[in-house]
Design a protein. Sequence first.
Length: 345
Amino acid sequence: MEQEHKRRVRYQGTHPRNFQEKYKELNPEKYRSDVEKIIQSGKTPAGMHIPIMVEEILDVLQIQPGMTGYDATLGYGGHTRKMLEQLQGQGHLYSTDVDPVESEKTRARLAELGYGPEILTIRRMNFSQVDQVAPGEAFDFVLADLGVSSMQIDDPGRGFTFKRDGPLDLRLDPTTGITAAQRLRELDEEELTALLVENADEPYAERIAKGVLGTLKGGGRVETTRQLAAIVEEALSFLPQAERKEAVKKSCQRTFQALRIDVNSEFEALYAFLEKLPGVLKSGGRAAVLTFHSGEDRLVKKAFKQHLREGLYREIAGDVTRPSAQECFQNPRARSTKLRWAVRA
Ligand SMILES: C[S@@+](CC[C@H](N)C(=O)[O-])C[C@H]1O[C@@H](n2cnc3c(N)ncnc32)[C@H](O)[C@@H]1O
Protein backbone atom coordinates (compact mmCIF):
# COMPACT_ATOMS: atom_id res chain seq x y z
CA MET A 1 0.00 0.00 0.00
CA GLU A 2 1.25 3.41 -0.94
CA GLN A 3 2.05 5.47 2.09
CA GLU A 4 0.58 8.92 2.28
CA HIS A 5 3.42 11.39 2.16
CA LYS A 6 3.16 13.96 4.90
CA ARG A 7 5.11 17.16 4.51
CA ARG A 8 7.10 18.11 7.52
CA VAL A 9 5.79 21.28 9.10
CA ARG A 10 8.41 23.95 8.50
CA TYR A 11 9.91 25.73 11.43
CA GLN A 12 8.76 29.34 11.16
CA GLY A 13 11.46 30.76 13.38
CA THR A 14 10.95 32.97 16.39
CA HIS A 15 11.10 36.24 14.52
CA PRO A 16 8.47 37.49 12.13
CA ARG A 17 9.79 37.69 8.60
CA ASN A 18 8.15 40.82 7.37
CA PHE A 19 6.46 44.02 8.42
CA GLN A 20 2.95 42.58 8.01
CA GLU A 21 3.68 39.77 10.49
CA LYS A 22 5.74 41.86 12.83
CA TYR A 23 3.18 43.97 14.60
CA LYS A 24 0.13 42.71 16.40
CA GLU A 25 -1.07 46.29 16.29
CA LEU A 26 -1.64 45.91 12.55
CA ASN A 27 -4.89 44.31 13.62
CA PRO A 28 -5.90 46.97 16.15
CA GLU A 29 -9.46 45.72 16.65
CA LYS A 30 -8.14 42.27 17.69
CA TYR A 31 -5.39 43.46 20.01
CA ARG A 32 -7.15 46.43 21.60
CA SER A 33 -5.35 46.30 24.97
CA ASP A 34 -1.88 46.08 23.34
CA VAL A 35 -2.81 49.08 21.22
CA GLU A 36 -3.95 51.10 24.27
CA LYS A 37 -0.69 50.29 26.08
CA ILE A 38 1.39 51.42 23.10
CA ILE A 39 -0.52 54.71 22.80
CA GLN A 40 -0.14 55.42 26.53
CA SER A 41 3.63 54.94 26.20
CA GLY A 42 3.78 57.79 23.67
CA LYS A 43 4.07 55.63 20.54
CA THR A 44 1.80 55.16 17.54
CA PRO A 45 0.91 51.50 17.01
CA ALA A 46 1.94 50.21 13.58
CA GLY A 47 -0.88 50.32 11.04
CA MET A 48 -2.64 53.11 12.90
CA HIS A 49 -2.68 56.90 12.92
CA ILE A 50 -3.59 58.96 15.97
CA PRO A 51 -5.63 62.02 14.94
CA ILE A 52 -4.02 65.32 15.95
CA MET A 53 -5.62 68.33 17.72
CA VAL A 54 -9.10 66.79 17.67
CA GLU A 55 -10.58 69.03 20.39
CA GLU A 56 -9.17 72.21 18.83
CA ILE A 57 -10.49 71.23 15.39
CA LEU A 58 -13.97 70.44 16.68
CA ASP A 59 -13.96 73.79 18.52
CA VAL A 60 -13.17 75.59 15.28
CA LEU A 61 -15.57 73.67 13.03
CA GLN A 62 -18.64 73.85 15.33
CA ILE A 63 -20.28 70.83 13.67
CA GLN A 64 -24.04 70.39 14.19
CA PRO A 65 -26.27 67.43 13.27
CA GLY A 66 -27.67 67.86 9.74
CA MET A 67 -24.60 69.65 8.36
CA THR A 68 -22.62 68.70 5.27
CA GLY A 69 -18.86 68.49 5.65
CA TYR A 70 -15.66 67.50 3.88
CA ASP A 71 -12.56 65.79 5.26
CA ALA A 72 -9.95 66.32 2.55
CA THR A 73 -7.46 63.83 4.03
CA LEU A 74 -9.16 60.65 5.22
CA GLY A 75 -6.01 58.71 6.24
CA TYR A 76 -6.86 56.30 9.05
CA GLY A 77 -10.22 58.06 9.44
CA GLY A 78 -9.57 59.37 12.96
CA HIS A 79 -10.82 62.89 12.25
CA THR A 80 -13.55 61.61 9.94
CA ARG A 81 -14.85 59.43 12.75
CA LYS A 82 -14.84 62.31 15.27
CA MET A 83 -16.69 64.55 12.81
CA LEU A 84 -19.23 61.79 12.10
CA GLU A 85 -19.87 61.50 15.85
CA GLN A 86 -20.77 65.22 15.89
CA LEU A 87 -23.28 64.71 13.06
CA GLN A 88 -25.14 62.17 15.22
CA GLY A 89 -26.45 60.31 12.19
CA GLN A 90 -27.85 63.41 10.46
CA GLY A 91 -26.22 65.17 7.53
CA HIS A 92 -23.37 63.95 5.36
CA LEU A 93 -19.61 63.80 5.32
CA TYR A 94 -17.44 63.49 2.22
CA SER A 95 -13.88 62.23 2.72
CA THR A 96 -11.11 61.97 0.16
CA ASP A 97 -7.61 60.55 -0.04
CA VAL A 98 -5.23 59.81 -2.89
CA ASP A 99 -3.91 56.66 -1.25
CA PRO A 100 -5.77 53.63 -2.63
CA VAL A 101 -4.21 51.17 -0.19
CA GLU A 102 -5.05 52.83 3.11
CA SER A 103 -8.38 54.38 1.93
CA GLU A 104 -9.84 50.95 1.28
CA LYS A 105 -8.86 49.70 4.74
CA THR A 106 -10.33 52.83 6.33
CA ARG A 107 -13.56 52.50 4.37
CA ALA A 108 -13.99 48.93 5.64
CA ARG A 109 -13.12 49.94 9.22
CA LEU A 110 -15.61 52.83 9.26
CA ALA A 111 -18.33 50.70 7.61
CA GLU A 112 -17.88 48.16 10.38
CA LEU A 113 -18.45 50.95 12.89
CA GLY A 114 -21.76 51.69 11.17
CA TYR A 115 -20.67 54.59 8.96
CA GLY A 116 -21.87 53.51 5.51
CA PRO A 117 -22.66 55.45 2.33
CA GLU A 118 -25.85 56.98 3.75
CA ILE A 119 -23.75 59.25 6.01
CA LEU A 120 -20.23 58.96 4.57
CA THR A 121 -19.01 59.18 0.98
CA ILE A 122 -15.36 58.20 0.53
CA ARG A 123 -13.73 59.20 -2.74
CA ARG A 124 -10.24 58.49 -3.99
CA MET A 125 -9.48 61.99 -5.15
CA ASN A 126 -6.86 64.67 -4.84
CA PHE A 127 -8.08 67.55 -2.69
CA SER A 128 -6.85 69.91 -5.40
CA GLN A 129 -10.17 68.94 -7.02
CA VAL A 130 -12.18 70.04 -4.00
CA ASP A 131 -14.75 71.60 -6.35
CA GLN A 132 -15.48 68.12 -7.82
CA VAL A 133 -15.97 66.26 -4.54
CA ALA A 134 -19.69 66.99 -4.24
CA PRO A 135 -20.71 68.99 -7.30
CA GLY A 136 -23.71 71.22 -6.68
CA GLU A 137 -23.26 71.09 -2.89
CA ALA A 138 -21.53 73.50 -0.53
CA PHE A 139 -19.95 72.57 2.78
CA ASP A 140 -20.63 73.78 6.32
CA PHE A 141 -17.20 72.60 7.39
CA VAL A 142 -13.94 71.45 5.80
CA LEU A 143 -10.81 69.91 7.31
CA ALA A 144 -7.43 69.25 5.70
CA ASP A 145 -4.79 67.42 7.77
CA LEU A 146 -1.82 67.60 5.42
CA GLY A 147 1.13 65.33 4.80
CA VAL A 148 1.43 61.60 5.41
CA SER A 149 -0.18 59.20 7.83
CA SER A 150 1.70 57.04 10.31
CA MET A 151 0.65 53.92 8.35
CA GLN A 152 2.31 55.28 5.22
CA ILE A 153 5.48 56.22 7.13
CA ASP A 154 5.68 52.89 8.94
CA ASP A 155 5.35 50.71 5.84
CA PRO A 156 8.89 50.29 4.46
CA GLY A 157 7.42 49.22 1.12
CA ARG A 158 6.20 52.78 0.53
CA GLY A 159 9.66 54.36 0.92
CA PHE A 160 8.67 57.16 3.32
CA THR A 161 11.10 56.17 6.05
CA PHE A 162 14.89 56.08 5.96
CA LYS A 163 14.96 54.06 9.16
CA ARG A 164 14.26 50.81 7.32
CA ASP A 165 15.26 49.72 3.85
CA GLY A 166 12.69 49.81 1.09
CA PRO A 167 12.20 51.07 -2.45
CA LEU A 168 12.72 54.82 -2.77
CA ASP A 169 9.13 55.41 -3.86
CA LEU A 170 7.48 58.17 -1.74
CA ARG A 171 4.28 58.37 -3.79
CA LEU A 172 1.05 58.85 -1.83
CA ASP A 173 -0.71 57.13 -4.73
CA PRO A 174 1.61 54.34 -5.88
CA THR A 175 -0.57 53.68 -8.96
CA THR A 176 0.39 56.89 -10.71
CA GLY A 177 3.31 59.23 -11.39
CA ILE A 178 7.00 58.49 -10.94
CA THR A 179 8.91 57.29 -7.90
CA ALA A 180 11.47 59.41 -6.04
CA ALA A 181 14.21 57.12 -7.41
CA GLN A 182 13.09 57.85 -10.98
CA ARG A 183 12.80 61.57 -10.19
CA LEU A 184 16.40 61.67 -8.94
CA ARG A 185 17.58 60.34 -12.30
CA GLU A 186 15.84 63.25 -14.07
CA LEU A 187 17.46 66.06 -12.08
CA ASP A 188 20.82 67.74 -12.45
CA GLU A 189 22.87 68.86 -9.46
CA GLU A 190 21.59 72.42 -9.51
CA GLU A 191 17.94 71.34 -9.75
CA LEU A 192 18.27 68.86 -6.91
CA THR A 193 19.96 71.49 -4.72
CA ALA A 194 17.08 73.92 -5.42
CA LEU A 195 14.50 71.20 -4.68
CA LEU A 196 16.08 70.45 -1.28
CA VAL A 197 16.28 74.13 -0.35
CA GLU A 198 12.84 75.16 -1.57
CA ASN A 199 10.91 72.18 -0.22
CA ALA A 200 12.72 71.62 3.06
CA ASP A 201 15.23 74.44 3.76
CA GLU A 202 18.02 71.82 3.75
CA PRO A 203 21.25 73.55 4.85
CA TYR A 204 23.52 70.88 3.27
CA ALA A 205 21.56 70.77 0.01
CA GLU A 206 24.58 71.30 -2.25
CA ARG A 207 26.66 68.56 -0.64
CA ILE A 208 23.76 66.09 -0.70
CA ALA A 209 22.94 66.88 -4.34
CA LYS A 210 26.61 66.44 -5.24
CA GLY A 211 26.63 63.06 -3.46
CA VAL A 212 23.48 61.83 -5.25
CA LEU A 213 24.53 62.98 -8.71
CA GLY A 214 28.10 61.73 -8.15
CA THR A 215 26.77 58.27 -7.24
CA LEU A 216 24.48 58.13 -10.27
CA LYS A 217 27.13 59.39 -12.70
CA GLY A 218 29.61 56.86 -11.34
CA GLY A 219 27.21 54.04 -12.18
CA GLY A 220 25.99 53.63 -8.59
CA ARG A 221 22.36 53.15 -7.58
CA VAL A 222 20.02 55.34 -5.58
CA GLU A 223 17.03 53.03 -5.61
CA THR A 224 16.38 52.36 -1.96
CA THR A 225 15.78 54.41 1.17
CA ARG A 226 18.97 53.18 2.83
CA GLN A 227 21.07 53.95 -0.25
CA LEU A 228 19.87 57.57 -0.17
CA ALA A 229 20.37 57.78 3.61
CA ALA A 230 23.94 56.49 3.19
CA ILE A 231 24.66 59.25 0.65
CA VAL A 232 23.35 61.88 3.09
CA GLU A 233 25.53 60.40 5.81
CA GLU A 234 28.59 60.47 3.57
CA ALA A 235 27.84 64.06 2.49
CA LEU A 236 27.85 65.14 6.13
CA SER A 237 30.97 63.19 7.09
CA PHE A 238 32.94 66.46 7.34
CA LEU A 239 30.97 67.37 10.50
CA PRO A 240 32.55 66.76 13.91
CA GLN A 241 31.63 63.34 15.28
CA ALA A 242 29.73 64.82 18.25
CA GLU A 243 27.12 66.56 16.13
CA ARG A 244 27.10 64.29 13.08
CA LYS A 245 24.52 61.70 14.14
CA GLU A 246 21.80 64.24 14.91
CA ALA A 247 22.63 66.34 11.82
CA VAL A 248 22.41 63.27 9.55
CA LYS A 249 19.04 62.32 11.03
CA LYS A 250 17.64 65.82 10.44
CA SER A 251 19.08 66.07 6.93
CA CYS A 252 17.61 62.65 6.07
CA GLN A 253 14.21 63.81 7.35
CA ARG A 254 14.39 66.99 5.27
CA THR A 255 15.71 65.22 2.16
CA PHE A 256 12.90 62.65 2.24
CA GLN A 257 10.34 65.40 2.92
CA ALA A 258 11.60 67.50 0.00
CA LEU A 259 11.42 64.54 -2.39
CA ARG A 260 7.97 63.55 -1.15
CA ILE A 261 6.68 67.08 -1.70
CA ASP A 262 8.11 67.00 -5.21
CA VAL A 263 6.88 63.59 -6.41
CA ASN A 264 3.39 64.26 -5.08
CA SER A 265 3.24 67.91 -6.26
CA GLU A 266 2.14 68.74 -2.73
CA PHE A 267 2.54 72.52 -2.92
CA GLU A 268 0.63 72.67 -6.20
CA ALA A 269 -2.21 70.57 -4.74
CA LEU A 270 -2.38 72.70 -1.60
CA TYR A 271 -2.36 75.92 -3.61
CA ALA A 272 -5.25 74.71 -5.82
CA PHE A 273 -7.20 73.57 -2.73
CA LEU A 274 -6.76 76.92 -0.95
CA GLU A 275 -7.79 78.85 -4.06
CA LYS A 276 -10.97 76.81 -4.53
CA LEU A 277 -11.87 76.57 -0.84
CA PRO A 278 -13.98 79.75 -0.51
CA GLY A 279 -15.99 78.59 -3.55
CA VAL A 280 -17.10 75.35 -1.86
CA LEU A 281 -17.95 76.77 1.58
CA LYS A 282 -21.46 77.94 2.52
CA SER A 283 -21.79 81.44 3.93
CA GLY A 284 -20.61 81.04 7.55
CA GLY A 285 -18.91 77.75 6.60
CA ARG A 286 -15.74 76.98 8.55
CA ALA A 287 -12.41 75.51 7.43
CA ALA A 288 -9.46 74.17 9.42
CA VAL A 289 -6.05 73.23 8.03
CA LEU A 290 -3.30 71.33 9.88
CA THR A 291 0.21 71.81 8.49
CA PHE A 292 3.50 70.13 9.39
CA HIS A 293 6.23 72.37 8.04
CA SER A 294 6.84 76.03 7.38
CA GLY A 295 6.42 75.84 3.58
CA GLU A 296 2.86 74.54 3.95
CA ASP A 297 1.98 76.99 6.71
CA ARG A 298 3.25 79.94 4.63
CA LEU A 299 0.90 78.95 1.79
CA VAL A 300 -2.12 78.62 4.10
CA LYS A 301 -1.43 81.90 5.87
CA LYS A 302 -1.00 83.78 2.59
CA ALA A 303 -4.16 82.36 0.98
CA PHE A 304 -6.31 82.97 4.08
CA LYS A 305 -5.04 86.58 4.37
CA GLN A 306 -5.59 87.30 0.70
CA HIS A 307 -9.13 85.91 0.73
CA LEU A 308 -9.90 87.90 3.88
CA ARG A 309 -8.77 91.08 2.11
CA GLU A 310 -10.94 90.15 -0.87
CA GLY A 311 -13.95 89.74 1.44
CA LEU A 312 -14.31 85.99 0.78
CA TYR A 313 -13.61 85.18 4.44
CA ARG A 314 -15.12 87.19 7.25
CA GLU A 315 -12.62 85.98 9.84
CA ILE A 316 -9.36 84.04 9.90
CA ALA A 317 -7.03 82.77 12.64
CA GLY A 318 -4.87 85.65 13.92
CA ASP A 319 -2.09 83.20 14.65
CA VAL A 320 -1.46 79.47 14.54
CA THR A 321 -2.76 77.19 17.28
CA ARG A 322 -0.29 74.53 18.46
CA PRO A 323 -1.04 71.19 20.12
CA SER A 324 -0.79 71.08 23.91
CA ALA A 325 2.39 69.90 25.62
CA GLN A 326 0.47 66.87 26.81
CA GLU A 327 -0.60 65.93 23.27
CA CYS A 328 2.99 66.31 22.02
CA PHE A 329 4.18 64.09 24.85
CA GLN A 330 1.58 61.42 24.09
CA ASN A 331 2.03 61.67 20.34
CA PRO A 332 5.46 63.01 19.30
CA ARG A 333 4.27 63.13 15.69
CA ALA A 334 2.07 66.11 16.73
CA ARG A 335 5.06 68.27 17.67
CA SER A 336 5.39 70.22 14.42
CA THR A 337 1.64 70.72 13.87
CA LYS A 338 0.12 74.15 13.24
CA LEU A 339 -3.60 74.78 12.96
CA ARG A 340 -5.14 77.69 11.03
CA TRP A 341 -8.81 78.34 10.37
CA ALA A 342 -11.07 80.59 8.29
CA VAL A 343 -14.79 81.43 8.22
CA ARG A 344 -16.55 82.11 4.90
CA ALA A 345 -18.23 85.52 4.59
C1 LIG B 1 -1.91 63.19 8.10
S1 LIG B 1 -2.75 62.04 7.16
C2 LIG B 1 -4.44 62.25 7.61
C3 LIG B 1 -4.82 61.51 8.84
C4 LIG B 1 -6.30 61.62 9.19
N1 LIG B 1 -6.70 62.96 9.47
C5 LIG B 1 -6.64 60.71 10.34
O1 LIG B 1 -7.14 61.16 11.37
O2 LIG B 1 -6.40 59.51 10.22
C6 LIG B 1 -2.74 62.77 5.57
C7 LIG B 1 -3.45 61.97 4.50
O3 LIG B 1 -3.68 62.86 3.42
C8 LIG B 1 -3.51 62.18 2.20
N2 LIG B 1 -3.18 63.20 1.22
C9 LIG B 1 -2.04 63.92 1.12
N3 LIG B 1 -2.14 64.78 0.08
C10 LIG B 1 -3.37 64.60 -0.47
C11 LIG B 1 -4.05 65.22 -1.55
N4 LIG B 1 -3.49 66.16 -2.30
N5 LIG B 1 -5.32 64.82 -1.82
C12 LIG B 1 -5.91 63.85 -1.05
N6 LIG B 1 -5.30 63.23 -0.02
C13 LIG B 1 -4.05 63.60 0.27
C14 LIG B 1 -2.39 61.20 2.50
O4 LIG B 1 -2.45 60.11 1.60
C15 LIG B 1 -2.69 60.80 3.95
O5 LIG B 1 -3.48 59.66 3.98
